[in-house]
Design a protein around this ligand. Structure first.
Ligand code: SF4
Length: 419
């Protein structure tokens, strides 16, 4: 019996590793006398050998699937060992792992057996059992099954912290290339439905205190990067639209890991996942959400591909040298956070500290900014003369050649070195 569960776990945890959208931030679920607390502990993360985040008990209910998406290891034509947990097995595993402190939450996804509702109904039974029978208050992230009925999705939303539904390829045209049976519409509709429900429940809660939580940690989606020919501008345009339209908490960008050679349009086994590109997309995403950049400033029809050797903020600054240097002693916060090498925390320190006098170079260095990068774009109280760099390529070369630069060219070829 135990061996059978162990084998299922090996198969279904392995199949789940391709899904990177497993972060756990933002839940407000409180412990009401049961076990676990999603908001207090969050989720511990670990990493697979290819650098991906593996979160807690991250499993598929099954890797059987009626679809044949070419990029997916669980597609029906792939010759892999299949397995499926029962509802009770997932509940028992979660509770046992939780009690042993192995995990702090559940990330549950699934292939589609029989049809969307049949699968979704089982996922719903799992989360219901965990919450109502086991009184489990830990974090639950549930992948919604595209095409499942709204009634099932709505009910599941009452028991989970986060829901997500994967967009897969960034554009409809890209999706049709590798998964002709699927459509973006089947993702947009549930995202819109869940968003409306979240808003509805939140509004109701303002009037009726005991309104239950509905997907308190919000919803997210994932795009596969590098499998189909979309450029970075197209990818980020979709992400930007989804953040605005469906108020997503996160969009995840997952560099495609080749899983088969059957489809010639996909990168073949042996080719490297585009991890640097994936990282640049995450940095762009961050700039849009927390640095008040508009997408058009970073990517646009004339600049469709992010630089791989430098980050998007530095790239933007080098394309807009006419806006620099800025005076660190007079510029407002929103201008300061746009300087390469200065993050939101250091910008806040700068704005607070200058109430007590004009800031000098040594003080800026102490505030933790990346001064060697920032110095090309700022002046402070003891700046004697501009650095003399007039051209973006010169500044870029100087930054790239700095001994400790994280942008060193050799690193840009593949994954950043860990040590
Ligand atoms: S529907 Fe999902 S699980 Fe099934 S083959 Fe497509 S991507 Fe894989």
């Amino acid at each position: 019996m135990l061996e059978r569960i162990e084998e299922k776990l090996m198969i279904l945890a392995d199949a789940a590793k391709y899904d990177v959208s497993c972060s756990s931030s933002g839940s407000k679920r409180k412990n009401t006398g049961g076990i676990g607390d999603a908001s207090a502990s969050g989720i511990c993360h670990t990493y697979t050998e290819d650098g991906r985040c593996v979160s807690l008990l991250k499993i598929l209910l099954t890797n059987h699937c009626i679809y044949d998406c070419a990029f997916c290891v669980s597609r029906k034509s792939n010759d892999v060992k299949r397995a499926a947990f029962t509802v009770e097995e997932v509940v028992d595993l979660t509770m046992n792992f939780y009690r042993r402190n192995y995990i702090e939450g559940l990330f549950l996804s699934s292939g589609i057996f029989k049809n969307a509702d049949f699968t979704m109904e089982r996922l719903l039974r799992i989360v219901k059992k965990l919450r109502l029978e086991q009184r489990y208050n830990g974090y639950i992230h549930l992948k919604t099954i595209p095409g499942a009925s709204e009634e099932l999705i709505q009910e599941a939303g009452l028991y989970v912290d986060r829901m997500s539904i994967n967009l897969e390829m960034p554009t409809e045209a890209g999706l049709k290339l590798v998964a002709p049976e699927k459509s973006h519409d089947a993702v947009r509709k549930p995202l819109q439905f869940i968003n409306q429900k979240i808003q509805g429940f939140q509004n109701e809660k303002k009037l009726i205190k005991h309104t239950p939580n509905f997907v308190p940690a919000g919803q997210s989606t994932q795009m596969v990067i590098g499998a189909t020919p979309e450029n970075d501008w197209e990818i980020m345009s979709v992400a930007d639209e989804f953040y605005k339209k469906y108020q997503l908490k996160r969009v995840y960008y997952s560099g495609y890991i080749p899983v088969n050679n059957a489809n010639e349009t996909l990168p073949q086994i042996g080719s490297r996942p585009p991890l640097i590109r994936e990282n640049r997309l995450y940095q762009t995403d961050w700039l849009l959400r927390f640095y008040n950049f508009s997408l058009n400033e970073i990517l646009n029809p004339a600049f469709t591909q992010l630089d791989l050797d430098i980050d998007p903020k530095l790239s933007w600054a080098l394309r807009n040298l006419h806006l620099f240097p800025i005076d660190i002693n007079t510029a407002d916060y929103q201008t300061i956070i746009r300087v390469p090498g200065i993050g939101r925390g250091s910008a806040m320190k700068i704005v607070s500290a200058r109430k007590y006098g004009k800031l000098r170079e040594y003080q800026l260095k102490k505030m933790g900014i990346a001064y060697n990068r920032a110095k090309h774009f700022i002046t402070c109280a003891d700046t004697i003369a501009p650095l003399g760099f007039k051209y973006a390529p010169q500044i870029k070369n100087t930054i790239l050649q700095m001994g400790s630069s994280k942008y060193k060219a050799e690193m840009a070829e593949n994954q950043l070195k860990l040590f």
